[in-house]
Design a protein around this ligand. Sequence first.
Ligand code: BGC
Length: 766
Amino acid sequence: MKQYIKTDEWNIIEEGFHPEDQLLSESIFSIGNGHMGQRANFEEQYSGESLQGSYMAGVYYTDKTKVGWWKNGYPEYFAKVLNAANWIGINVIIDGETLDLAKCEVKEFRRVLNMKDGFLQRTLIARLSRQKEIRIDAKRFVSMTVKEAGLIRYSVTPLNFYGECRITPYLDGDIKNTDSNYDEKFWEEVYKENSVDGAALTVKTRKLDFHAGSLMKYDILQGGKKIQCSTEPVEKDKYVGCNISLRLKQSEETVLYKYVINVTSRDKARDELIPYGRTRLEEISQKGFDAMLQEHSAAWHKKWKESDIVIEGDISAQQAIRFNIFQLNQTYTGEDARLNIGPKGFTGEKYGGSTYWDTEAYCLPFYLSTADQKISRNLLIYRYKQLEKARENAAKLGFSKGALYPMVTMNGEECHNEWEITFEEIHRNGAIAYAVYNYVNYTGDWDYLKEYGLEVLLELSRFWEERVNFSESKNSYVILGVTGPNEYENNVNNNWYTNRIASWTLEYTLEVISWMKEKDYPTYKILEDKSGLKETEISKWMDIIKRMYYPVDEERNIFLQQDGYLDKEQCLVKELKKENLPLNQHWSWDRILRSCFIKQADVLQGLYFLQDKYDLDTIRRNFHFYEPRTVHESSLSPCIHAILAAKLKDKDKAYEMYLKTARLDLDNYNNDTEDGCHITSMAGTWMSVVEGFGGMRVVKEKLHFDPIIPDTWKSFSFRIKFRESLLKIAITKDKVAIKNENGKAVTLSVYGKDYSIDKEMVIPVQ
Ligand code: BGC
């Protein structure tokens, strides 16, 4: 854990230069706009520790799989989000000395991520040789209104000298992924050009033939006026830049505006990249930095209006929730149905921009409540479009029917190659079914089931049908050899969560079939014929539901995480010495597997999803058994615990878990944020407030609230879209105020009592 970020309601602030935390800050201060993202690297040269990271959504590389022992069924490649051309680069040489913060004294340093307006700013004073002091002011953003545009204002002010300066804005496509399996470079040069006030570069991937064009233009101002200066083009392999020579006057600011367009062959034909880029570049540079920033900020203000959560009385909690919402909105805007939400978004390479079960299990609720319905629909359709590949995946593993979605994917194909994850974490199929239910229950968009949903459910159910086997000795169906959500156990039998979500998928599929048969038989018939669904399959599913085996401990009256879990030596996390944590950085994998410690919600994940099917006492007993054994070493863990603790009215636990999820990256709880921020778990943070403290739940299509408020908070409020209505829910110590902002009456339940709300209603807190 590391606390060096200053608390502030709207800003993330680093005061003073922390080179030892540069990798961490580069992740935290990242910016993005759904189309591209950029770690908070310095514009000027920096020889200290750094991960230069610029990412273009949906541009990936199929890096050849590297494993010790090949296992049949492994994918041939591991898809990686590509670290793309460095478009922010601006080198600065003063009187022959290169500005490099690793090599000079940094007198003052302040880095601010302004979340309200969506930009990154850095101001510093560096002392060069012969006591020369220089002030740098750098501001940049990736536009929310022109998705390909990145803009930088970079200024240099000599504080106590007159001197010569050479500034070099450049585009560098000679970039390597640090996680490249065979130390290969993935980009090749296609084209470059250089002119007096700009340059362009196109590179392409060595496989898959993605082309990426970057174009830049620049203006130089001194004393507030645009000036012409002597320039000299620089070209190297996959690199274009321009040396600009200037005289600097003491105390006078020299400003470089760098305008960039990044466009890829995902959006434009390969031969169109440069002409298209030129037009856009002309538009944004004509408009200018300030006007572009203004429209960008306005777009952010609109996003905040829809998705902000206001917490009064606790700045640290307020900053944290905004940071999470900010990063989510930077990562996925929902405009491009081919994209999804990577666990690290655009903030690092690890886990890349690939799609995990995280999207369905954690991210969907945020977009359901804060964005247009088509965005969450798109997230579901993304999987529908990959159904054929999921069928192929199941066939490849030896199944005669059904679909197994990949654990990690870029294009529908599995691209992860650790057997315990690839082959065994089959619970992801359950989360995909659950997302269909969640979406339909929330939106009332039953048509989705006719167009897409039922087809997916049928194939998921067929997979489960074949994946279970009947145990004569148990006289029940069992699921053997799996890894549950808790990845600190592999190859276990009868993981309660997996068995439960499998059986629930069958139940839900049957429910959808009956509903469709009754409401729209002709459509059902078409789907039945298309899928070749047989009566025998349906009766088998019913039998599995009836005779599924669930491990339990009768003495404690809890569900057992898996067969034999209680054979493990039972100890609690609080009994561990601090220096053991996080376990994954201090213990051998063998020791972890033998221990009873749990990485993330597992039984509790099931109780969270299916909470309406269990009474509070059951949830409480399981929570009190499992939470003390959980190390929360997946970022996805604390949010589920926060929600369940709030449901159990355990305010302190809920708040402790909230802080863990909300400040996970800001305080580097798991000591791994330097790899990138935990974007998908940020949606879990949002859930902790809305579903946890707000107690929001949609049961049988009706909205329910059961709010509690942490002791340190004066109030908290959030907005949600629910079907036709736009609701603002504000909770103080003594009342819950619900305002219907668009006047479309809605019936909802607060603390178990129904209200019809068309304007505003105030209910006492219980
Ligand atoms: C978690 C998985 C998750 C993945 C990506 C892992 O640490 O255990 O559940 O899907 O991270 O977020």
